[in-house]
Design a protein around this ligand. Structure first.
Ligand SMILES: Cc1ncc(COP(=O)(O)O)c(C=O)c1O
Length: 485
């Protein structure tokens, strides 16, 4: 079928640039086929592969109830319905741009200023990344990206733009820190292969690591890009998810402190409200470029992915409420920290370590000791067991281009407390079994009587003999409608 279509359709329509044929999305498919529900499907798959921030929705809902004028579809707000419905200027509503700029400042501790006239809209950070790629590079050019990195980058930055991503290999030996040596090595390799590097893409805080970049890594990266005369793009979509010191440092702060050695025309920030507020469905993405031409071009391109004025109006009102924003940011960070602590603490009790995180909606779990061999094949085998037998969708490191097998991303903010307990029970039982420990005695001391463990007693080896386990590439319908994370 594909072969037949290839002669009629474009390369983009028939290539694999969407990236859906990966374990990252197979986990989604497995979840979609058999989703966990506490009463209707208690043995179903629990989704821990979704970086959603649902822990503070009660605060948002309360604000929406108390502010009916913020929506043009309520009796109180309907006077503005017509004006909002017909507004289609791609600069966006001034109150929206101002509120977003002030919000971005607040998240950065008011240590930097953002110019509301530079706020350019896009369809989420997804659209922002692609728009920037279109503005900064030509087909065949490349961006450097430190590993492990968000799998969506492969689709967002390369599929339609036809630019390339070149990995900067970071390793667990120094907690995946971005070093000058790693940057130089990747750059040199690209040069030797005649690949033109146009920029460096950082994700700070990092998905999947759950860590914010330190000042040294940021400064090194900035100096590296300035020396090479390439762009520095910082995806700061998780900036308000920081829950522990050391806090978040935006590239905007570094740039502000170092204006003399910095060519501002090369600095660009990608942002969105998908993670910090937990609104991935609103598709509010922001491009903040210090380069006038990029800002101008991106704004024109934003016609392809504008945020609807109804959403702009709501967000403009919500983010202008200083008291609410202050309360939300504080509470959200506290709740994320508590969840993270709970998960990592329980994992540690059964000897599973994770990278020491301070941000994000996930932890980066180290299961290297459970691999049969230190290979990516063994990682896939382990992942198959976790999804099919433990019935938890976590994402394997390979899908983040991690250079070492055995790391898994575990999302913890997309479920309620009860589901979290069930999920942790399953992980606990699995680890205990695979380490050959006596589960019965051990599990009581962690969870008391609230246990609900569904894992069968089959061991890993027996499992691999099973003819029923799901293929890692099941041909199910696309989950990408929802799968951004
Ligand atoms: C690092 C990173 N960048 C960009 C995105 C895309 O975000 P959005 O939903 O705003 O398009 C995600 C989503 O998970 C992400 O983790």
């Amino acid at each position: 079928m594909l072969k037949h279509q290839q002669q009629f359709l474009s390369k983009i329509a028939t290539n694999e640039g969407h990236g859906e044929n990966s374990a990252f999305f197979d986990g989604w498919k497995a979840y979609d086929m058999n989703p966990y529900h506490p009463s209707k499907n208690p043995n179903g798959v629990i989704q821990m592969g979704l970086a959603e921030n649902q822990l503070s929705f009660d605060l948002i809902q309360e604000w929406v109830k108390n502010n009916p004028r913020a929506s043009v579809c309520t009796a109180d707000g309907s006077d503005e319905f017509k004006d909002i419905a017909i507004f289609q200027d791609y600069h966006g509503l001034p109150e929206f741009r101002n509120a977003v700029a002030r919000f971005m400042e607040k998240v950065r501790g008011n240590r930097v200023r953002f110019d509301a006239d530079r706020i350019v809209m896009s369809g989420g950070a997804t659209g922002a990344q692609e728009t920037l790629a279109f503005c900064l590079a030509d087909p065949g050019d490349a961006f450097l990206v430190p590993t492990p990195y968000y799998p969506g980058n492969d689709r967002d930055l390369t599929w339609r733009t036809r630019i390339r991503l070149v990995p900067v290999v970071c390793e667990s030996s120094n907690n995946f820190k971005i070093t000058r040596t790693a940057l130089e090595t990747a750059y040199q390799k690209a040069q030797e292969s005649n690949i033109k590097i146009k920029g460096l893409l950082l994700n700070n805080p990092s998905n999947p690591l759950g860590t914010a970049l330190d000042r040294e890594s940021l400064t090194d990266s900035l100096h590296f890009t300035m020396e090479k005369k390439i762009h520095l793009i910082c995806d700061e979509i998780y900036s308000a998810t920081v829950f522990r010191q050391p806090g978040f440092i935006s590239i905007a702060e570094i740039v502000q402190e170092d204006t003399a050695s910095c060519n501002l025309d090369l600095i660009h920030i990608v942002y969105s409200l998908s993670k910090d507020l937990g609104f991935p469905g609103f598709r509010v993405g922001i491009i903040y470029s210090y380069n006038d031409m990029v800002t101008d071009c991106a704004r024109k391109m934003s016609s392809f992915g504008l945020v609807s004025t109804q959403t702009q109006h709501l967000i403009g009102s919500m983010l202008s409420d200083d008291a609410f924003v202050g309360r939300f940011l504080k509470e959200s960070s506290k709740r994320l920290g508590t969840r993270h602590g709970l998960l990592c603490g329980k994992l540690a009790k059964v000897g599973i370590t994770s990278l020491k995180g301070n941000s994000g909606l996930f932890c980066w779990m180290d299961l290297r000791r459970l691999l049969k061999a230190q290979t990516f094949e063994a990682e896939m085998e382990l992942w198959s067991v976790i999804i099919n037998e433990v019935k938890i969708n976590v994402s394997p490191g390979a899908s983040f281009h991690c250079s070492e097998p055995g790391w898994f991303r575990v999302c913890f903010a997309n479920m309620d407390d009860e589901t979290m307990i069930v999920a942790m029970n399953r992980i606990l039982e699995f680890v205990i079994q695979s380490k050959g420990m006596e589960a019965k005695n051990t599990r009581k001391q962690f969870w008391g009587s609230k246990l609900e463990i569904s894992l069968s007693s089959r061991r890993l080896d027996a499992f691999f003999m099973s003819p029923h386990r799901m293929s890692p590439h099941s041909p199910m319908a696309s989950p990408l409608v929802r799968a951004r994370t």
